[in-house]
Design a protein around this ligand. Structure first.
Ligand SMILES: [Zn+2]
Length: 158
């Protein structure tokens, strides 16, 4: 594995919003949403500004999640108008596992970075695992055309 020293920087308030959505009373079902923000290539950092909610048409199952595409597009349009945030990745929960991308997740992320129409240089992901006693584990990942590696999660107070 190539040691990509890439960081995912996220404001504490945005992470808290994700954790609230992850524990919404149906935490046995996967949930998630898009991540919007800015890529800072010289600093090897992706800065998250907004985390989307799943949306009314999302498909939520114990081991599968598919976000509401139309809802995500509306969130992306709003974020772009607000501060030129772009679609930079996604977050989702693993109610029955580790905060590690599954084989399906990995292939889905690779499809994103390899699709020239989407124009991703890389795709970041935040995985939230909710274990026994509601012990929550969060991990950041980065997918580049050659594979998926762990990213450093940097929670900021701004
Ligand atoms: Zn997954």
């Amino acid at each position: 594995m190539v040691a990509t020293a890439w960081s995912l920087s996220i404001p504490r308030s945005v992470l808290q919003g994700i954790l609230r959505l992850a524990d919404d009373g149906e935490r046995e079902l996967e949930t998630g949403g898009i991540l919007l923000g800015h890529e800072d290539e010289p600093a090897s950092t992706t800065r998250v500004t907004t985390a989307g909610d799943p949306g009314p048409a999302a498909v939520r199952q114990p081991r599968f999640f598919s976000r509401d595409l139309q809802h995500s597009q509306q969130l992306a349009d709003m974020a772009w108008r607000l501060d030129h945030s772009q679609w930079i990745g996604e977050w989702h929960t693993h109610p029955h596992g580790q905060p590690v991308p599954s084989r399906i997740d990995h292939h889905s992320y690779l499809r994103h970075v390899r699709d020239p129409e989407l124009g991703f240089a890389r795709f970041v992901s935040l995985l939230v695992a909710i274990g026994p006693q509601r012990r929550t584990l969060v991990a950041a990942w980065i997918t580049e055309p050659n594979g998926t590696s762990p990213a450093k999660l940097d929670v900021t107070d701004s």
